[in-house]
Design a protein around this ligand. Structure first.
Ligand code: N01
Length: 544
């Protein structure tokens, strides 16, 4: 849809002609963007999604590194909005891999005819609020522009890849890449000397998979992680039938838990049962697939304190049991942070990789990486010659991808400046001075799709409220925002997620303010809060 606007806008002094006009612009065609598009279209809005990638899928489009897969159950990750989709789609594995997940999202895009409203290969470089017209003007890298009353940033929480500022990267003679921008045609690693920097959830998946084919692997580890066996398996025909018959119960379970996963904590404290009973439960859950090991465990295993340390000891011993060389084993055992204070990777043979003769573990906390050289990686102690370097060094989480968009609100204020000391929003969704902008990526917590669907529903209903009541603007009030920022700091200080240096608190990015980047509350609490806000006529929001 395009029209000829013969006017000068506050968004720029140029004459604006032939700018495509929509009710809503969605940035990103990943899990949340696709659903936003579907939902808003159903509600009668004209929508255009701009996607930087050459295909839909977001995280599952970009992160095509070997080993990339779910660690929450596949059938808890799919959309719930269409019974037909649920019955048509067969998840092949309990923890589905990237190729299948990307296929699923493409299937969704086709089934609901979403592609006609998605412009691919479209990197947004700025979004400016036109105060006279109450519309956002979005500028793409290729010169294309579009305008809409509402702007939704469905840009993901882990999409702005982070590569440490090592000197000499460009001098490296071999191939290198970041896991979040894995080449579509893959990387030829067979028989090569490969170095991986980073041992977070990504590094753990990648290392396990590529260790099967590389000639030699050097793993540069700064912090050892608590990793637990994923125990993935194919879904057989009987299981498939059972899953399809029990989606309502599966989703109901997910909606009742703090992180929207299908596992409920044991309401007992680990410390109130006998040591024998405690160990029996630890062992029983350890033998189970996925997150059950901690999310179905004694509730206080995932809280700072005695139970947490007791379980950490159990996990440390599980790691030691699997690594032949006791020196290497001790390097792989985490001792500097609490169990669960960083994201817990699930693995499928990670520790055994370090029993291979062609794998070397290098401690870069002890001897940090000094630079990348033409031949490889130089640490304080040695130079490691490599053909390929893979940066599994994570993401500038949540705010990184928002700031990259150069979003300018009322009075030319930028989101970058406003978020300099951490995100300033109300419930992660809206920021004062940025009317009609919904930062959906900053509000999701836990199991992504389970969190995203109700969030998108809420935002869509808020837009309907604005439309139906002939308002032109909606945004958080400064008071509501201040109270939320205070709440995040206070409640966040008490939870496990803020206790270590990780992306949860922005501590993985040098110079980034250390602030909890998502809500400190559980998913049910957040849904109830949003429902109450809406029921009270969007309390905490300024409607104009
Ligand atoms: O990133 P990370 P990730 N020198 O930030 C190291 C999700 N996810 O991509 O721990 C040396 O966790 C850094 O070291 P340290 C999941 O939510 C999900 O792995 O900071 N090393 C760390 O080891 C996850 O949490 C799945 O000391 C440096 C690593 O790089 C999130 O994505 C799979 C360094 C970065 O780890 C991010 O995970 C994969 C330096 N200068 C990911 N700088 C699923 O299973 C950084 N590091 C669904």
């Amino acid at each position: 849809m395009a029209n000829s606007l013969q006017q000068t806008t506050a968004a720029g002094t140029e004459r604006v002609e032939d700018i495509a006009q929509f009710d809503v612009i969605v940035i990103g065609a990943g899990v949340t963007g696709l659903y936003s598009l579907y939902r808003l279209r159903e509600l009668g809005f004209s929508v255009r999604a701009f996607e930087e990638g050459g295909g839909v899928g977001g995280t599952w489009y970009w992160n095509r590194y070997p080993g990339c897969r779910f660690d929450s159950e596949s059938y808890t990750y799919g959309y719930s909005f269409s019974e037909e989709l649920l019955q048509e789609w067969d998840w092949k594995e309990h923890y589905s891999g990237q190729p299948e997940n990307e296929r699923y999202l493409n299937y969704v895009a086709d089934k609901f005819d979403l592609r006609r409203d998605i412009r691919l290969n479209s990197r947004v470089v700025s979004a400016v609020f036109d105060e006279d017209e109450n519309r956002w003007q979005v500028q793409l890298e290729d010169g294309h522009r579009a305008r809409a009353q509402f702007l939704i940033t469905s840009v993901g929480i882990l999409s702005a890849g982070y590569i440490p500022d090592f000197e000499g990267i460009d001098s490296f003679k071999g191939d290198w890449c970041h896991t979040g921008r894995w080449p579509k045609d893959g990387m030829d690693l067979a028989g090569k000397r490969v170095g991986v920097i980073g041992t977070g959830a990504t590094g753990v998946q990648l290392i396990t998979e590529i260790a099967k084919e590389v000639g030699h692997l050097t793993v540069f580890q700064r912090t050892a992680n608590y990793c637990a066996p994923l125990r993935n398996s194919p879904i057989d025909a009987d299981e498939q039938r059972e899953i399809k018959a029990s989606y309502p119960e599966i989703f109901k379970k997910c909606m009742e838990t703090p992180g929207s996963f299908m596992h409920q904590f044991d309401p007992r404290s680990a410390m109130e049962v006998s040591p024998e009973e405690r160990l029996e439960q630890y062992e029983r859950l350890w033998a189970e697939p996925g997150f059950k090991k901690w999310l179905s465990n004694f509730y206080d295993v995932m809280m700072p304190g005695e139970a947490n340390e007791d379980y950490a000891k159990f996990v440390r011993n599980k790691i030691r049991e699997r690594v032949n060389d006791p020196v290497v084993a001790e390097m792989l055992v985490p001792k500097d942070h609490m169990f669960g204070s960083k994201r817990l990777p699930c693995e499928s043979g990670y520790y055994e990789v370090f029993n291979q003769d062609n794998v070397l573990l290098v401690d870069v906390r002890e001897a940090p990486i000094e630079r990348i050289t033409p031949k490889g990686v130089k640490t304080r102690d040695a130079e490691y010659e490599l053909d390929v370097i893979i940066f599994a060094t994570g993401f500038d989480a949540v705010t990184g991808s928002l700031i990259k968009l150069d979003i300018q609100g009322v009075g030319g204020q930028t989101l970058k400046d406003k978020f300099a000391d951490g995100p300033r929003t109300y419930m992660g969704i809206s920021s004062a001075g940025f009317p009609n902008l919904f930062t959906i990526n900053a509000a999701s917590v836990g199991n992504f799709v389970r969190a995203a669907e109700p969030l998108v529903d809420w935002v869509s209903e808020a837009m309907c409220y604005v439309r139906d009541n002939q308002f032109t603007r909606i945004s958080a009030t400064l008071e509501a925002e201040d109270a939320w920022v205070k709440h995040v700091a206070e409640a966040g200080a008490k939870i496990l997620r803020t206790q270590a240096n990780s992306w949860f608190v922005g501590a993985n990015i040098p110079g980034k303010a250390r602030v909890l980047l998502t809500a400190p509350d559980s998913a049910p609490v957040m849904r109830a809060k949003r429902a109450e806000v809406a029921a009270n006529g969007y309390e905490g929001f300024l409607l104009q």
